[in-house]
Design a protein around this ligand. Structure first.
Ligand code: GLC
Length: 461
């Protein structure tokens, strides 16, 4: 009986061992080589950590978000009145660039064409574009010039989907989905691909150095080679060898944390409106580059009545959350039809900027720490410098558990002042403990010096 039990257990153990071995697949040399290239290309971007997304287009006129044409199933003829009314007289890319820079952002991505197909650049391949109705001005070019001048890296969003092009079928969320008459038209897919590849070529060939290409998006069978993705990426890299490309030439896997692979189609993952529970890894256990994109209210494109603004605190906490898991944050603004970033967005970004000015050192070039996440906040780390983000109410001293004997200095990041610290506090001298904020009566008490996130810099030996 006992023997039988033993053999059952050993079979179980063997099975466990085998499955564990199986799930830790080994990457092929070709995969590893591509992975290494991806990590190299994205190095600056992973250091930058914080960028601005800009959704700007004719949809700012109806002011019900950039999906209005699809949501309300408008025909191109019905949508035309918005295109006609779109004249962003106040548009001033220099002003936008200053707002991004002051917020502590290091790069920006502008919609060159969104799903509605209306082009914000002077494409030679269509008349459905801003330049012919805005005194010849090319919004993409003005954006690129202004943001580069502020020392920011620049990226362009380009919609793979096109709700205007006659050869783009009424599939997915097309405004005329389910319209049987529309479906009877003949759609020449190759013709659409030629147009789409041609426009991307214009963007990467005629506008100087582009740092990021942000394609959006794949669904059902509309993914990968349906877009002729290999050819597209090869062409983009021919003109811009160091450009980095998002992963949406394949289907976006949201905040899923495991089992991903890095393809030759994309350099970074794009969880949308959410932050993964932990840093993203490929199925071989390598950390992979990722960026959460996030709206400031509930819409990407301008919405007149959406006042659900996130507080500066939520934004700062989200940014720290991303960085503590090796991720980036791409924070959206949706300028209005006159070309202004909404006042509310400007105000929030300015607050974020104030915090960044004092605490940016704990964000740029930083990533996950090996220490476990503490209950009072989060850690970020850069080499031997650990940043303790004290974000939540917590009484008494905070324990930098695990830092123990390794600490050589403790400072308030925002002032540079040394802070009192002890390895043992109130009889708790477990190995690895390191208490900051000791030595009564000079505790930091509530409110903390920075209500949102008080950053303590810990220099490790
Ligand atoms: C979605 C939406 C789009 C938005 C994008 C930003 O894919 O279709 O409107 O531009 O997400 O990530």
């Amino acid at each position: 009986m006992l023997m039988k039990r033993y053999s059952e257990i050993s079979v179980l153990l063997l099975l466990l061992f085998l499955t564990a071995g199986y799930s830790q697949e080994k990457a092929s040399p070709a995969y590893q080589e591509n992975y290494n290239k991806v990590m190299q290309r994205t190095q600056w971007w992973r250091d930058a950590r914080f960028g601005m997304f800009i959704h700007f287009g004719a949809y700012a006129v109806p002011a019900r978000g950039e999906w209005v044409k699809s949501n309300e199933r408008l025909t191109t003829e019905q949508y035309q009145k918005y295109v006609d009314a779109f004249y962003p007289a106040d548009f001033d890319a220099k002003k936008w660039a200053k707002i991004a820079k002051a917020a502590g952002m290091k790069y920006a991505v502008l919609t060159a064409k969104h799903h509605d197909g209306f082009c914000m650049f002077d494409s030679k391949l269509t008349d459905y574009k801003i330049s012919t109705r805005f005194d010849g001005r090319d919004i993409v070019r003005e954006f690129l010039d202004a943001f580069r001048a502020e020392g920011l890296k620049v990226g362009l969003y380009y919609s793979l989907i096109d709700w205007h092009h006659p050869d783009y079928p009424n599939v997915g969320n097309h405004p005329q989905r389910g319209d049987k008459e529309y479906a009877k038209r003949s759609f020449n897919w190759d013709n659409y691909l030629k147009y789409m590849h041609g426009q991307v070529e214009e963007l990467v060939r005629d506008y100087g150095r582009i740092d990021i290409m942000w394609f959006d998006y794949s669904f059902d069978e509309y993914q990968g080679e349906k877009w002729k993705a290999k050819e597209l990426v090869a062409m983009v890299r021919k003109y811009q060898p160091w450009i980095i490309i998002d992963n949406r030439l394949t289907i976006n896997e949201g905040t899923r944390t495991s089992g991903r692979i890095v393809t030759e189609y994309g350099d970074f993952e794009t969880p949308e409106q959410g932050i993964p529970d932990e840093g993203l890894k490929d199925r071989y256990g390598n950390p992979i580059p990722w960026e959460t994109c996030l709206t400031l209210n509930n819409n990407w494109g301008y919405h007149e009545f959406d006042k659900n603004w996130k507080s500066p605190e939520v934004i700062i906490h989200s940014l720290v959350n991303c960085v503590s898991k090796n991720g980036n944050l791409l924070l959206n603004v949706g300028p209005d039809a006159r070309g202004n970033i909404p006042d509310e967005s400007v105000r929030i970004l300015a607050e974020v900027g104030k915090w960044m000015q004092k605490n940016g050192e704990s964000i740029y070039g930083c990533g996950a720490s090996t220490l476990t996440r503490p209950e009072w906040g989060r850690f970020t780390q850069k080499g031997n410098i650990l940043y303790a983000h004290w974000m939540y109410p917590h009484i008494g001293a905070i324990n930098i558990k695990g830092a123990g004997d390794k600490v050589s200095g403790v400072y308030m990041l925002s002032t540079g002042a040394e802070l009192p610290a002890e390895k043992s506090w109130w009889g708790n001298s477990e190995a690895g403990n390191f208490f900051v904020n000791v030595n009564s009566p000079v505790y930091m008490t509530f409110p903390l010096p920075d209500l949102t996130d008080t950053v303590i810099k810990i220099v490790l030996k």
